[in-house]
Write a protein that binds this ligand. Structure first.
Ligand SMILES: [Mn+2]
Length: 314
């Protein structure tokens, strides 16, 4: 069996691209995956659940290591780094990679499609077009939603002209007439923090980085209700202090990003962290534990490298 699988802590693009790629492989024998099954690494997030329900697409099952056979192979979607991979996947079992991230690939010659586009679903749609394959309405819908989600509605720096064009094409197959309205609907589903505890908010989507021998945790929460989230500042900062201890990190930051206004306010817990942020973004702190870093949304491009530089220059 060939398993088509995205990264750990699955997001919409990783799950939808696996479903779309399985459809492509079924219809296009030239890919050489005779029997393929889309699977996921872990439970899906609320945005993914919302989109799959909306379009009536079945969520793929979680891959169970104990059900694997030695001859099973894997197509990695939306990731290539070993640290992003399901732990049961060995180097030898990977036969193909379709991705749009920074590469760290040390594998024998296999099929690799990497394009610097905004979403892996953009790449899968490109491959479908190359092979004259049109997905059904519901798969086109989850692909469109993935492009809009990964590019933050074309606002992210990673957005290319192809992503915009492909989204239009997929929208017409999916019968989505108003992309802007659909984007807002997605943002609302994604950014619903109601019912989430402060602990859940400040650990919703975090990565731990190694910067100058310091462990740095950067969490990001995307919202359309930034001020409501920040009203809870004191409990969020307390929760950040707990997570800092739990995870044994030196510094912790929580980016509260307003995806409609395109603005990020960064939460921090100590004066030293505040200084790092000021160094990184050159702004003045007007409110305890909060720094407005302006029109930025991308942790990968706009927060992490700047914080790293600031820590290196301490
Ligand atoms: Mn992606």
């Amino acid at each position: 069996m060939t398993y088509v699988i995205g990264h750990i802590k699955p997001d919409l693009d990783t799950v939808a691209s696996a479903v779309a790629a399985q459809y492509l492989f079924d219809k296009a024998p030239c890919f050489g995956h005779e029997a393929s099954t889309a699977v996921i690494t872990q439970d899906i997030n609320t945005e993914t659940q919302y989109v799959f329900e909306k379009f009536g697409v079945t969520v793929p099952p979680v891959l169970l290591a104990e059900s694997l056979n030695p001859e099973d192979t894997f197509v990695l979607m939306d990731h290539n780094e070993p640290s992003q991979r399901h732990e049961a996947i060995t180097n030898e079992s990977i036969t193909e990679i379709i991705d749009h991230h920074l590469t760290n690939i040390q594998l024998p010659a296999i099929y690799i499609t990497i394009k610097p586009w905004g979403s892996t679903c953009s790449i899968v749609w490109f491959l479908m077009k190359q092979n004259n394959i049109t997905p059904p309405q519901n798969i086109a819908g989850i692909m469109l939603a993935s492009i809009l989600s990964d590019t933050v509605g074309f606002r992210a720096q990673t957005t290319t002209g192809n992503d915009k064009q492909f989204a239009q094409e997929l929208a017409s197959i999916a019968h989505v007439s108003d992309i802007d309205a659909f984007t807002l609907e997605l943002f609302k589903a994604k950014s619903n923090t109601q019912g989430m505890s402060p602990q859940e908010i400040v650990s919703k989507d975090y990565k731990v980085f190694e910067m100058s021998n310091k462990k740095v945790l950067i969490n990001q929460i995307e919202t359309v209700e930034q001020s409501q989230v920040l009203d809870e500042k004191n409990s969020l900062v307390n929760a950040m202090n707990d997570i800092k201890k739990e995870q044994g990190v030196d510094y912790i930051f929580c980016a509260v990003s307003d995806v409609l206004e395109i603005n990020t306010k960064m939460l921090f817990t100590t004066d030293e962290e505040g200084l790092i942020l000021q160094k990184a973004f050159g702004q003045t702190i007007v409110n305890d534990n909060i720094l407005d870093i302006g029109a930025k949304l991308s942790r990968k491009k706009e927060f992490a490298p700047q914080i790293q530089q600031a820590i290196e220059s301490l």
